[in-house]
Design a protein around this ligand. Structure first.
Ligand SMILES: [Mg+2]
Length: 294
């Protein structure tokens, strides 16, 4: 996999100069921000936030952030208006200010709340384990539980979920079990929705993500002829390009904002400068050198 960054701003600027729209979408944790001990500590770097805001304000550029976090949590962390957001791994969307919820997800919410409450009571027996509730699912975290309890904790959790298996997806996370409704929504469907919301004209799409749940969105970006950008040491195999860490992505965002601003300015001023040069040539030819030579 090539280390990509340098060529990406120019590639996007080239199509942008031709008048094409751009969709730039990013995962949050591990992509826009470094992975940290607790999700509440994953703060977005102000320089990256400013670059995202600058990109989102440009004509023909849509910026999206897509995450496993609940939608309100995600929007609170990014804290930028004018973006599109996909929360709960695609189950909740906010597209340029308009909220869209999956009806199926709403129907599953009562069951998920009951199961998460039951598991919260069971986890009291495993010090360090905790249940993170999300709007449409929950995660059992056991990274801080004693390792000799892990097997029993997992067995007990999976046994409690088993009778409801048909309605649930249980995903193995890093020292966690993530439980979401068995609905065909993922970061790929969220990215499709963000692209479609911007209009029917073709778009060049960039998606950046670091983990297995980014694979569908990376695949969508590649299928659409765009840029599938993996972040970190081991991005999913669907990534065609790679950057080493979120800091490198932050630098790319700054460079991209700069390059696209120049591309936009040039595409705006070109007709005027061409007119001016057409006017200038005859005036100069009628007035050769004299003023400068004297
Ligand atoms: Mg991530």
């Amino acid at each position: 996999m090539p280390l990509a960054a340098a060529a990406i701003p120019e590639r996007l600027a080239t199509v942008y100069r031709r008048g094409q729209r751009l969709v730039l979408a990013f995962d949050y944790d591990g992509t826009l921000t470094p992975l940290v001990a607790h999700p509440s500590l994953a703060h977005l770097d102000p320089i990256s936030r400013a670059a995202l805001a600058r990109l989102a304000a440009m004509p023909r550029v849509a910026v999206g952030v897509v995450s496993g976090r609940g939608l309100d949590d995600l929007i609170g962390m990014v804290d930028l208006a004018g973006l599109s957001y996909g929360g709960s791994t695609g189950l909740e969307l906010e597209l340029a200010g308009e909220r869209l919820l999956s009806i199926d997800a709403l129907e599953n919410r009562a069951l998920l709340n009951t199961l998460s409450a039951a598991l919260e009571r069971r986890m009291a027996a495993y010090p360090g384990a905790w249940v993170e509730k999300k709007p449409f699912g929950f995660t059992v975290h056991y990274r801080n539980a004693a390792t000799d309890c892990t097997e029993a904790l997992r067995t007990e959790t999976l046994a409690l979920l088993e009778p409801h298996a048909a309605g649930l997806h249980v995903l193995d996370g890093p020292l966690a079990l993530e439980v979401v409704p068995a609905i065909e929504r993922d970061k790929g469907t969220a990215l499709h929705a963000i692209v479609a919301h911007g209009g029917a004209e073709p778009a060049t799409v960039l998606y950046a993500g670091d983990a297995a749940n980014d694979a569908p969105a990376l695949a969508v970006a590649a299928e659409l002829g765009g840029i599938a950008l993996g972040i970190g040491p081991e991005p999913p195999p669907e990534a065609v390009y790679r950057l080493p860490d979120p800091a490198a992505l932050g630098e790319l965002l700054v460079a991209l904002a700069e390059t696209l601003t120049i591309a936009h300015t040039r595409s705006n001023v070109r007709p005027h400068s061409e007119n001016r040069s057409e006017n200038t040539i005859p005036i100069c030819s009628k007035n050769p050198r004299g003023a400068h030579d004297s």
